[in-house]
Design a protein around this ligand. Structure first.
Ligand code: CTP
Length: 153
């Protein structure tokens, strides 16, 4: 019998931590299904991505380790997905440890170690620093500091 593994995530600014998790999940079974959070679902979660949903799911679909990518539209679709796709293993990174233990009634649940020192949130923060409006704020602060320093000249 075929072993199907499922996972969910936003996968914004796709990085090595995402790839490592997906490769390890695939190695647990024969088939890997990935639920990609839609932009509407992310706004419910209070998350705004740099890369839009259509591109994020296309990138996930293009990976060798992924057999099927589906939209993740709400928190409570997981039980239905597990039944519909006859999933044996539900897996997430260790930052979600314990969060989905109620799914143990339907399949095996695993939490794999997260890759250290890389996250989409960190990349988004770095990009924000480069935004024109933020550079304007930094320039204003610099002007203020210069004017204070000049007083002591
Ligand atoms: N993940 C991982 N290692 C990382 C980053 C993410 O294993 N360094 C895993 C998460 O645990 C999750 C999946 O990748 O199971 C998708 O995570 P996602 O939230 O999209 O990625 P993050 O980079 O953690 O994004 P954010 O910082 O916005 O939460």
């Amino acid at each position: 019998m075929k072993t199907t593994v499922i996972t969910y995530g936003t996968f914004d600014l796709f990085h090595i931590g995402h790839l490592s998790l997906l490769n390890r999940l695939k190695s647990l079974g024969d088939e890997l299904i990935v639920g990609v959070s839609t932009d509407e679902f992310n706004s419910i979660k209070g998350k705004k991505t740099v890369v839009p949903f259509a591109d994020r799911i296309e990138i996930i679909r293009g990976l060798r380790c992924v057999d099927l990518a589906i939209p993740e539209e709400q928190w409570d679709q997981k039980i239905g997905d597990i039944a519909h796709h006859e999933v044996s293993i539900f897996g997430m990174g260790s930052d979600w440890e314990g969060h989905f233990d109620e799914l143990k009634a339907y399949c095996k649940v695993v939490y794999l170690p997260r890759t250290e020192d890389v996250s989409s949130t960190h990349f988004r923060k770095t990009l924000k620093v480069l935004e024109r409006s933020h550079i304007g704020e930094l320039k204003q602060a610099l002007d203020l500091i210069s004017s204070i320093v000049e007083r002591f000249d």
